[in-house]
Design a protein around this ligand. Sequence first.
Ligand SMILES: C[S@@+](CC[C@H](N)C(=O)[O-])C[C@H]1O[C@@H](n2cnc3c(N)ncnc32)[C@H](O)[C@@H]1O
Length: 204
Amino acid sequence: MGVVEVRHAARNRLLRRIPGVGTAAAYRFGLVERPHYAYGVRRATELAARLGHCGVTVVEFGVAGGNGLLALAEHARYYSTATGVAVRVVGFDGGLGMPPAKDPRDLPYLFGAGLYTMDGDRLRARLGAAELVVGDLTETLPHYLRSRADLLREHPVGFVSLDLDYYSSTVTALDLFRGPEHEHLLPRVTCYLDDLPGTVDQIG
Ligand SMILES: C[S@@+](CC[C@H](N)C(=O)[O-])C[C@H]1O[C@@H](n2cnc3c(N)ncnc32)[C@H](O)[C@@H]1O
């Protein structure tokens, strides 16, 4: 998370303490952890419900310590109850921190190998039904898509967070959207992309 997001999260935690701000109001006004994840899960479940799907899958590419995946799992529980659509939560990560950079566009001067560690056992103990797929994405993603094809047809992907930091890893993650088959995807998949280079001022 960037500085702005950390500030927003602290503000949201404060606002949630106001008497009368319950869970439904917190979701309605985006006062939850990672509201952008909550929005993606909401879009996915509402679209799935309209199309008559009994379930969806939401994905985080790049898990590290797992705070994002835990927030995603919490939002999945909330919107699953709200819409009646089952939500599968899956996180992909190498498990050993950032791998060595493969491309100058990975910005190796900014993100070094080994950055971001994961305590896999500790995280798994807190994940509940959410799934953690550990290994380099170049191997785990194609294997996952093959081995879970039936499950993904029943629970197509409806939200994806891309938080892998490297350009090369993100390109691999985007293989999720490559054809020729698209039965594992909802017709519209909400995506969140972290780490746009430059400061907010430069972008805005
Ligand atoms: C910025 S961290 C993720 C942070 C997390 N989303 C959060 O909000 O706390 C980026 C993660 O991407 C993972 N990653 C980068 N390239 C990868 C690859 N090719 N395969 C698997 N994981 C990769 C790293 O292991 C690292 O943990």
